[in-house]
Design a protein around this ligand. Structure first.
Ligand code: ACO
Length: 326
């Protein structure tokens, strides 16, 4: 059976740590409130001269090295991001140039926090269809540049980072078994960046109204996120005649600890089955899942034959799950 298998993982987190105690000095909040409501203790913030493409390139280089694959061998680069270097062209093209991956075609996927699982699904389908042998799939964000650091409802949640995997088409039982993607555009205004796209082009008025910053109705997002993550995870298991007990590791999008725990409880997953690192990085949107895969693998939590379940949820709304035989 031809499947896309993950043969290398990598991640990169900027050096600067912004702890809850630092945010206490910026808005009317407390470290204890942030930790109690989100489980987040600290997050990473990119340096002023760092770009999303820089974070992505470093994560990709580490994944290529782990896979023992040269940039020239890559046929396809797909990147999940909502904080690319430019509105266009795709940041994946900048990464392609940075890596000198001369033989790859490259594009971005805009699916907010679901960006990586959407990108993974897309690349996997291309490889299964025989349209290339090796792909690089990246999730990378500098959310700190679209966060309103005067808004205590949102600025406590997010951070910067990047993760990447190398996929190879192989005749194997291992690899990506199935992907299940969903969207519902009717929820647009619960989580979005109002400016500066075609609806609200860049303007002084838009700046004054802070339209270039992420807006969110946290309570509503929370409810739909838990329901959707649960349902799409169940869908992946049912489609493959698997049960919750079969899952070796569940890596959900690291939005906040309460969403993760509520989802795990509904799915009846044990603590040992769930990977959580949101306390160290906050919500890095499209980067949370590939960073977590890299940390889980390098930390010995993923072994050959394990069943890995990924689930993501984000703006759009978009959500999705991926089942992988490691
Ligand atoms: N510090 C102190 N108080 C605060 C803060 C803060 N940082 N933020 C809000 N509050 C106050 C509110 O003003 C409100 O006060 P009030 O009762 O006087 O009006 C009170 O705390 C409760 O506010 P809620 O919004 O109801 O707090 P909630 O328990 O829902 O927690 C949170 C807010 C953490 C944002 C939560 O709704 C959440 O996690 N939502 C999910 C959002 C999310 O993860 N989005 C990420 C993108 S989507 C994704 O990745 C899944």
């Amino acid at each position: 059976m031809k499947r896309a298998r993950i043969i290398g993982t990598g991640s990169y987190l900027p050096e600067t740590i912004r702890a809850n105690s630092d945010i206490e000095k910026m808005v009317d909040t407390t470290s204890d409130w942030i930790f109690a409501r989100t489980g987040i203790e600290e997050r990473r913030i990119a340096a002023d001269d760092e770009l999303t493409s820089d974070l992505a390139t470093k994560a990709a280089e580490r994944a290529l090295e782990a896979a023992g694959v040269t940039p020239e061998e890559i046929d396809l680069i797909v990147m999940g991001t909502i904080t690319g270097d430019y509105p266009w062209p795709a940041t994946a093209c900048i990464v392609q140039n940075n890596l000198a991956a001369k033989n790859a075609y490259a594009y971005d996927v805009s699916a907010a926090c679901s960006g990586f699982v959407y990108a993974l699904s897309s690349a996997s389908d291309f490889l299964q269809a025989g349209r290339g042998k090796k792909a690089l799939v990246i999730g990378a964000e500098i959310l700190s540049r679209i966060i309103d650091w005067t808004d205590r409802n949102t600025c406590i949640l997010f951070g910067d980072g990047a993760g990447a995997v190398v996929l190879e088409a192989q005749d194997t039982e291992r690899g990506i078994i199935s992907s299940h993607m969903r969207s519902d555009g009717s929820y647009l205004d619960l989580l979005y960046q109002p400016g500066f796209g075609a609806k609200h082009p860049a303007s002084q008025q838009g700046l004054d109204e802070r339209l270039s910053f992420l807006k969110m109705q946290g309570n509503e997002v929370f409810k739909v996120a838990v329901r959707s993550l649960t349902e799409v995870s169940q869908e992946a298991l049912a489609a493959n005649d698997c049960t919750v007990e079969d899952v070796s590791l569940f890596i959900p999008h690291q939005a906040n600890r309460r969403i993760l725990e509520a989802t795990a409880k509904r799915l009846k997953l044990t603590d040992e089955q769930c990977f959580i690192n949101v306390h160290r990085y906050g919500n890095t949107s499209g980067a949370t899942i590939p960073v977590a895969i890299d940390e889980a693998f390098r930390g010995g939590q993923l072994k050959e034959g394990d069943l890995l379940l990924l689930a993501a949820f984000g703006g759009g709304f978009t959500w999705g799950s991926t089942l992988i035989r490691w």
